[in-house]
Design a protein around this ligand. Sequence first.
Ligand SMILES: [Fe+2]
Length: 405
Amino acid sequence: MSFNVNHTEFPLKMYHPTPGALIGWGAYRMAGEEAKKLGIKHALIVTSGLRGTGIIDEITGVLKHVGIEVTVYDGVTSNPKDHEVHAAHKLYKQAQCDGIISVGGGSSHDCAKAVRIVEAHDGQSIREFNGMNTCQKPILIPQLAITTTAGTGSETSWASVITDTEKLYKMVIFDPTIITSRAIVDPALMRTMPPKLTAWTGMDALTHAVEAYVSRLGVITSQGLAIHAIKLINEGLRQAYANPDNAEAREKQAWAQYTAGMAFNSAGLGITHSIAHCLGALFDSPHGQCNAIAMVPVARYNMVACPERYADIARAMGVDTTGMTVMQAAESAVEALDTLRKEIGITENFSSLGLQEHHLPRFSEVVFNDVCTGGNPRIVTTDAIQQIFRECMDPAVEVEAEVLA
Ligand SMILES: [Fe+2]
């Protein structure tokens, strides 16, 4: 008797554990105690600064109250850059820190993970760590990740996405050794987000959940987390966008982004994220905005590969699919995603971000080679990616492109 274990592309699945997390209103007040448990005596806070919110001053006070020294690197920008990682690492060495506390959204957490990689590898360029499992040495520096946006999931994940400013692309570093040591998810810190940022980050979380739910790498546990995150976002995102002080909605979004992060930690993502990485690196466009624009055309492309999954997504988004065929239900999921996006004010397209027809051959190669493409449920070609790009562009531009062709 013989059997072929290679009958599927991913015969083995892996569930990745996530770090412990404190979740709830006022959780940030435990930052000092949690940092002490990690052995941190002198913390480097890695952040964008969160100017105008008072959050960094507040957390600095909480840390100093328990005797922890604090040095602040506040130079992180959206789509965090390789040189920001090395600037933060230089400060870490100069101040003789022994741990990192990242405060902010995914950019701050990802930059902090990258600083830990550089420190563990004796100052080696972060540009040498793109891809899966590229760390050669153990990461010993602890990282406490305090999340102030409801989108990233980076406080739970083993991923760090850093822009290589020489080659102009986003490195996606997936390595279990860089996972954070502890997370704090506090809806109180998320109330300072303006509506636009609430919308973008919320759509990032939704993309994490949708891509994890349909991913070829998904496991039963990640699918359960993903579908629950979709339900929470459907219940909370509109209200959090419309009223920053809606406590119930903020709390749902806090849980949703964390849950979606846990889901993609094991399931991976898909080409919506590959596209967002590409445009984020080349145009410095907000990650959540790029996801929100790409997710509907990508869902329409992927739907035929796993219509039952998209039908589940429709139901999680409140669609009554009674009497529909599976394909009709799947199509209704695509419509529900599109409706939600528009209801929270995301009506832009990639043309308005600067994408033009002549970019597509090169950009489609970048998307094809992104590490997230491996999780996409439907086989991808560069031609298909170009067509998805066109659907994300202004129709007028598409017509012009066809005339030129
Ligand atoms: Fe994302």
